[in-house]
Structures are given as C-alpha cells and as structure tokens.
Design a protein around this ligand. Sequence first.
Ligand code: SIN
Ligand code: MN
Length: 276
Amino acid sequence: MRDLTRYGIPAPMVMVCIPPALVLAALPGVYRERIRALQAPQRDGFGRFALKSDAWSGRGANGSGTAGGTEGGGMAEPGIILRGFRILPGHLDRAAQTALVEDLRAVLRVAPLFSPQTPYGRPMTVRMTSAGRYGWVSDRTGYRYAARHPDGMAWPAIPDAVLALWRALVSDARDPDCCLINYYGEGARMGLHQDRDEADFSWPVLSVSLGDEGLLRIGNRTRGGKTESIWLRSGDVVVMGGEARLTYHGVDRIRFASSTLLPQGGRINLTLRVVD
Ligand code: SIN
Ligand code: MN
C-alpha cells in the first residue's frame, strides 16, 4: 500500500481506508455472519426499534393490545431485524438465564421432556415439553396443541419470569397459552417450518434461547427461496410477529458445549404462543 502518511494523512486514517468489504471477507465465518446481521437494521432502515407496540405489527395499532411507542418514553433496546424477526441479543443476563433454568427444572420435574414423532412416524431430534394451558405435541395423529402431556398430566403453569418477558416485550393485554420448551442435545436440529397451529396469527411468537448456540435459519413465507441465518446465543430473545409470523424458520445445528449455562450441555428454546 502507498504510504499515505507522506501526504499528511495520519496512520489511523490510513487504516480506515481499507474497504469494509475486504475486512469482512477476511473474518472467520462466525464473525462475518454476526456483523452482516448487525448491518441488516441499517439496510432495512431500522436502526433501533421500540419494543411492545413496534416489536410486531397489528396488536398495538388496532387497540386490542398495548398501544404506544417506546414504553415509558425510554430508550428502545437496540436489536437486529432479519426478515422481520426481531432479535434482541443478550436480552437476558447470566443471572436471569440461570434463574430461568431453575424455573424450567421445576417444570420438567412435573412434565418431563418427551421425544415426539413426526406425523410420518419419524422421531424428532429435539425433546420437548410445555407449560401453560396447552402444550404442543406431535405424533402419528399430527401436530396439535393438547391440554395434557402425553403421559397424562396437566402442563405446569408458565413460570412468572417467562410471563414477565412476554408482558414486557409483547403485550400485557393477554398472556400466552403455551410455553413450548424444546431441548436440543448434541446433533439435534429442527427443519424449516412455519408456526401455524394457532388460531390468530396477529399474536407474535416470542422465543428465548438458553445454553448452547443454535444456528437459526430464516426463509420466506412460502417454502423454498433464499434463506439467511444467524447464530442465537444464550439470553437472546426473538420476536416473530407481523411479516415474520408465518415465515419459515428452523435450527440447522447447535454448537454443542459452546455455553456453560447447562452443565450437561445442549440448548433450550422456549417459544411462547397465544393458541386460541
Ligand atoms: C421453533 O421454531 O420452534 C424453535 C426455534 C428455535 O429453537 O430457536
Ligand atoms: Mn417454530
């Protein structure tokens, strides 16, 4: 490179002259993905977004949920918008994550994880259970919400801390009916799918990631087409509402043992849904 300092341009300025695309290309893949995702809000024209009313379209605007801009007039939490998925990296700090895991252990003592089958009879690689009025189940009969665990017991109540997240980020007008708890052990994944077993798609789905990192793939509102991916880390929260509510998504893989939150490793994902 020509020595630009000879022209009176200080060395730090010379350094910033390196085209950002070259810097990006030189980074390992994981950092590249993260930085591209962080750039997405600027591309989409969303630098920051207000949570609750602005975190998804519909409810706040039509008056059936909590209306208003940034709650309490405070600063909106910075986030990433990727195809309408609103991702709040590190929304939960480590202490909140640890407390949540304790709450979930109590749920699992009452309603243990089970291994669902697809309607085609294939075992799913994630294990799951639920809390709330309904749980999501899958077996040869199909995908559906059920009032009872496959072993017959009622689902435990959704932990207060989980409800508090929903009320803070989505709405305090109505609580979710179901908190689906998915556990991804080593090698577990979830294929591209839409969440479409609920009655009213104007309610968003709120997702919370705990433990190992998981690669979320986001597609389109119909099957096929280009997709984009982002690694979700422990404490990240995602709001899937508005245009994203019926967007195909899945988890390609996890980085087993990438987090120390769960002593045995693995990833927990909670999805909160209004069902009926
Ligand atoms: C789901 O789509 O139900 C799970 C998404 C995730 O594990 O992040
Ligand atoms: Mn889903």
